[in-house]
Design a protein around this ligand. Structure first.
Ligand SMILES: C[S@@+](CC[C@H](N)C(=O)[O-])C[C@H]1O[C@@H](n2cnc3c(N)ncnc32)[C@H](O)[C@@H]1O
Length: 234
């Protein structure tokens, strides 16, 4: 039995640093490539509002940051795991993407008030140690009318689909993830972290509680992932 990481910043950053090299490969393999589709849906959705500036929080290896840059946005990105950022810098360097990557935490964002039209978080918020403070920080750095878009895992509501998904997520993912990354605890932590995160209406209410307006969510792949959106309107 492998010990799961603690949810402190140092525990979470150490875990992501330890899997940074294999992260992209395993992400696409274990999601059967569907994670790419979810990020495309996020980008298509947020581009409707024609944002010019974006902050990608918990950017990891930079897939969302790079996709935003390719759409012509001025992009900054933060993450607490330096080695994940190293991979992001290498990938963006290869295509000449000018993205400002900074090692920083969501609860202490190193930007001035009202700096961005858009903040994105892909599969990161369930790992934040102090989520409330982070949501307040995000509101602070968003411009008036700016949008927050969050992609996060969830648990399907349909019983049969939930059973299939949970079996895969709790049994297959830790085994394959463990064999390839040699860090089984990171892939055992994944389903545990999803289970302990509020989902659907519950998380939408949390966003409203922290001051976001016009909060909506779209379920993806039968509820395996959810795209939450909310706006800063005072
Ligand atoms: C599952 S990865 C997601 C990476 C990327 N957004 C994607 O879509 O693939 C989660 C990331 O959240 C980062 N993270 C966790 N807690 C954080 C915090 N408090 N502030 C900033 N980043 C954080 C981790 O270091 C990790 O790189």
């Amino acid at each position: 039995m492998t010990a799961l990481p603690d949810k402190s910043k140092s525990g979470i950053s150490a875990m992501f640093n330890s899997i940074a090299k294999n992260y992209d490969f395993l992400n696409h393999l274990l999601s059967l490539g569907i994670d790419k589709k979810w990020r495309k849906i996020l980008i298509r959705h947020i581009m409707k509002r024609e944002p010019k500036t974006a902050l990608d929080i918990a950017c990891g290896t930079g897939d969302i940051s790079i996709a935003l840059w390719k759409k012509g946005l001025k992009v900054s990105a933060i993450d607490i795991a330096e080695k994940m950022i190293d991979v992001a810098r290498e990938k963006s360097g290869k295509i000449g993407a000018k993205i400002k990557f900074i090692c920083a935490s969501a609860d202490s964002v190193p930007f001035e008030d009202c700096s961005f039209d858009l903040v994105t978080i892909g599969f990161g918020i369930r790992n934040f140690d102090i989520r409330g403070e982070s949501l307040l920080e995000i509101r602070r750095v968003l411009k008036q009318g700016g949008e927050l878009a969050i992609l996060e895992f969830a648990t399907p509501k349909n019983r049969l689909w939930r059973w299939i998904f949970k079996s895969y997520f709790t049994k297959v993912v830790p085994i394959i993830g463990g064999i390839i990354s040699k860090k089984r605890y990171a892939y055992s932590y994944l389903p545990v972290s999803v289970d302990s995160f509020p989902q659907y209406e519950e998380f939408a209410s949390e966003l409203e509680h922290f001051g976001f307006k016009d909060v909506q969510f779209i379920t993806l792949s039968g509820g395996v992932a959810i795209l939450y959106t909310g706006k800063k309107i005072d």
